[in-house]
Design a protein around this ligand. Structure first.
Ligand SMILES: Nc1ncnc2c1ncn2[C@@H]1O[C@H](COP(=O)(O)OP(=O)(O)OP(=O)(O)O)[C@@H](O)[C@H]1O
Ligand SMILES: [Mg+2]
Length: 463
């Protein structure tokens, strides 16, 4: 395929070259030839007028009379002169072969004839004019002239142009070859890099030099490869984290069931305790896999048909679902929810967002702490804020809390049944809805999560 690009490129250059050289080889020659024709016509016609008027002074055209006139005029620059009388008879001819009389006969009818041809390295020109007045024509005279000097100049110019054309042609082809080689060499290098990356080596980077379109392509390719490398490492980490998360509760379940099976005798209460533990671990597994499925659905970017979602209603539902947990932890749930905070999207996703944020605010709170949820809107944004008075998130962890399986305090979070997936789901859902999420400090202690969504127009809501 690359060969064909080179082939097409050279062909293109050749075509342009051919047109240019054709023009160069024809236009100057034909135009200077035409100029010579023009000049011949006027000089020969002028001389013919002089000769004709001199001959017109004779009463009759006789060989002797004509010769006398020519001698008197001292004409010597013509190759041949032919004079015919009024009947068409040849009166004077200083040529060797039989003269061509057609033009002379036309002249005898009162019309002058001029001819000039450029052939055999010479301009051969002739002019035939009538002799006498319009009413009394007594004959016609033809002057023949050949000019090898000017023809020679034109021929030598032509020769030089041909040589020049050859030199230009060879030079242009060499340049085209060099240029295509320079371009194609870089394309080959880029293709090699692509093959290496396609083979799975995402650490490979294309060496970019210069600042033209090909360098830009190389840079874009490197950026793409970098993204691939990042995705690949995220994927690997995700798989290993997920396996690890699933492995721990599975190992507990195995251990607990082994204990039951191996015990010779186990009283019913102990057995119940073990089975209850197994149930807890199975619940943890179930929650983790459900969250993983949520994430994978968000990853797939499957677009649900957006519907108007009243965030106030979704928040109230989440709060009532979380009331038992808050009571357990001795945390007070407060809210200030404006009416009419509607966005376009999926009610399920919004339920996940609000539930996870509020659940975290309760779980990572302190006894007698508070959770405050606010909902407000301005001209173009709907804002949800979840504030807590809990343990807070250290500055250095804030960038990572939206990463899958990331927990600030591993032991504490796991103990509270957390899988480290909640905020990833929140983040992905918010982004999928065109929104943004930030986390900051709450005063005097605790965290605050601020989520903003674009406010839909009335038309979008369908009002
Ligand atoms: N409001 C908060 N206050 C303090 N730390 C928080 C808060 N919210 C989240 N975190 C920290 O961020 C981590 C990630 O939160 P995330 O919700 O993703 O996971 P999780 O709560 O541990 O588990 P899951 O939500 O999947 O049950 C938590 O483990 C916790 O350390
Ligand atoms: Mg959570």
């Amino acid at each position: 395929m690359t060969h064909s690009i080179r082939f097409k490129f050279i062909l293109f250059i050749l075509a342009i070259l051919l047109v240019l050289l054709l023009l160069l080889n024809t236009y100057p020659i034909t135009s200077s030839r035409d100029a010579v024709f023009q000049e011949k016509r006027s000089s020969l016609s002028g001389q013919a007028a002089v000769v004709s008027s001199a001959l017109g002074s004779l009463e009759r055209l006789t060989p002797d009379g004509v010769s006398d006139v020519f001698r008197f005029l001292e004409i010597s620059s013509f190759d041949r002169i032919v004079v015919i009388g009024e009947t068409g008879n040849v009166v004077f001819d200083d040529g060797h072969d039989a003269p061509e009389l057609d033009d002379l006969r036309t002249a005898l009818e009162g019309r002058s004839v001029f001819r000039s041809v450029f052939a055999n390295a010479s301009f051969s020109s002739s002019v035939s004019v009538p002799i006498g007045t319009q009413n009394a024509l007594i004959g016609a005279v033809a002057l023949y002239e050949s000019d090898t000097e000017r023809a020679g100049i034109i021929l030598s110019i032509q020769q030089r142009i041909v040589i020049l054309s050859l030199v230009i042609g060879i030079f242009a082809i060499l340049l085209a070859l060099l240029f295509s080689w320079l371009i194609l060499r870089r394309l080959y290098a880029l293709t090699r890099s692509m093959n290496i990356v396609a083979g799975g080596d995402y650490t490979h980077r294309h060496v970019v030099s210069g600042n033209d379109e090909l360098s830009e392509l190389g840079r874009e390719f490197n950026a793409l490869t970098e993204q691939l490398e990042l995705n690949e490492s995220q994927r690997r980490r995700f798989v290993s984290d997920a396996s690890h998360e699933l492995k721990t509760p599975l190992a507990s379940i195995r251990l607990l069931s082994d204990s039951i099976l191996q015990a010779e005798q186990m009283d019913a209460d102990t057995m119940r305790e073990f089975v209850a533990d197994i149930r807890t671990e199975a619940g943890r597994l179930q929650r983790t896999t459900e969250k993983l499925l949520d994430l994978s659905r968000l990853d797939d970017g499957v677009k649900v048909v957006p519907e108007p979602v009243d965030l106030k209603q979704v928040t109230l539902d989440a709060l009532s679902a979380l009331t038992p947990l808050a009571r357990d932890r001795n945390v007070r749930l407060d809210s200030a929810l404006d009416d009419g905070c509607v966005i376009m999207g999926s009610a399920d996703d919004m339920a996940h967002v609000i539930f996870n944020l509020a659940e975290n605010a309760i779980k990572y709170n302190v006894p007698d702490g508070t959770v405050m949820i606010r909902l407000s809107q301005d001209a173009d944004t709907v804002t949800l804020t979840v504030e807590d008075t809990g343990i807070g998130i250290p500055e250095e962890d804030r960038l990572n809390i939206f990463t899958r399986f990331y927990r600030v305090d591993k032991a504490r979070s796991r103990a509270s049944g957390g899988s480290g997936l909640g905020l990833s789901i929140v983040h992905d859902a918010v982004i999928a809805h065109g929104g943004s999420i930030r986390v900051g400090n709450n005063k005097p202690q605790g965290s605050v999560f601020i989520v903003s969504f674009p406010r839909p127009t009335l038309e979008e809501i369908g009002i």
